[in-house]
Design a protein around this ligand. Structure first.
Ligand code: SAH
Length: 240
């Protein structure tokens, strides 16, 4: 992969998505290293279905960095089901003021995420575990819980809301069906101590064409009752 060509493609795609402020040399260099590690690691472990920069830059990097403006300065942030490090790693790269934790139930993905975070000098702790279990150790201590591509919102809310402090928020990065998912989750969000703050629909721009996205913000207004989260089977079977 050619560094100069990567920089140009990165700048083009980030600018198209209104993310010009993040096209700084030190940031682009970290994304370049991340891309190399991800592609190398993908040969031995399934990190991503995307293997070319024309897809990785918009669909993994821009898609995640769009959330940066919704996160307050110096926030403590947890990414639930971070998988190969999304949105965890892009947000940690552009926002070194954040203290970030990523949780995923697949231990080998977490080992990879911690090693690349350490190599890039990011303030990231990657934890191997299930979201509904790990919360017992750090309930209501995060300013922000964020998650992408893990579950429908009416399941995801029960995994994420217990982590959020009162006054903090849960950000769900969703695709075209975000509005519909929001509608079916509203009752559960209230039970979990949340209130819907904003639903933002927008287009994520690729080199050619675009895809629909929805960013949902839920404010934490009261404590999550201690009986939540339930075990995963119960959450899936009977979402709130
Ligand atoms: N957020 C990443 C990965 C999405 S794939 C991205 O956007 O690319 C979904 C991930 O969620 C998988 O890595 C899976 O291991 C994890 N996951 C699913 N349910 C989970 C749970 N209950 N607790 C922790 N991780 C979970």
């Amino acid at each position: 992969m050619d560094y100069q060509a990567f920089c140009e493609e990165f700048a083009r795609i980030f600018e198209k998505n209104g993310l010009r402020e993040w096209c700084r040399g030190d940031i682009v260099e970290k994304f370049f290293i991340l891309t190399q590690r991800m592609v190398e690691t993908n040969a031995v472990m399934n990190i991503t279905a995307l293997t070319t920069t024309d897809k990785i830059i918009p669909l993994h990097y821009a898609d995640c960095v769009i959330a940066a403006k919704h996160i307050p300065e110096n926030a403590r942030v947890i990414d639930i089901g971070c998988g190969g490090g999304f949105p965890l790693l892009p947000l940690a790269i552009v926002r070194p003021d954040l203290q970030m934790v990523g949780v995923d139930s697949t231990a080998k993905k977490i080992r990879y995420v911690q090693s690349i975070a350490d190599e890039l000098g990011l303030a990231v702790t990657a934890v191997a575990g299930r979201a509904e279990e790990y919360q017992a150790t750090c309930r209501e201590t995060f300013d922000v819980a964020i998650s992408r591509a893990v579950a429908r919102l009416n399941v995801l809310d029960e995994l994420c809301m217990p982590y959020v402090k009162i006054g903090g928020k849960f950000i769900a990065l969703k695709g075209a069906a975000g509005e519909e998912e929001k509608a079916e989750a509203l009752g559960g969000i209230e039970i979990l101590g949340g209130t819907l703050q904003a639903v933002q629909e927008y287009e994520l721009h690729l080199e050619n064409g675009s895809e629909a996205r929805t960013l949902i913000e839920i404010q934490k207004v009261s404590p999550t009752p201690l009986r939540y989260p339930r075990v995963f089977g119960a959450i899936k079977k009977k979402p709130l």
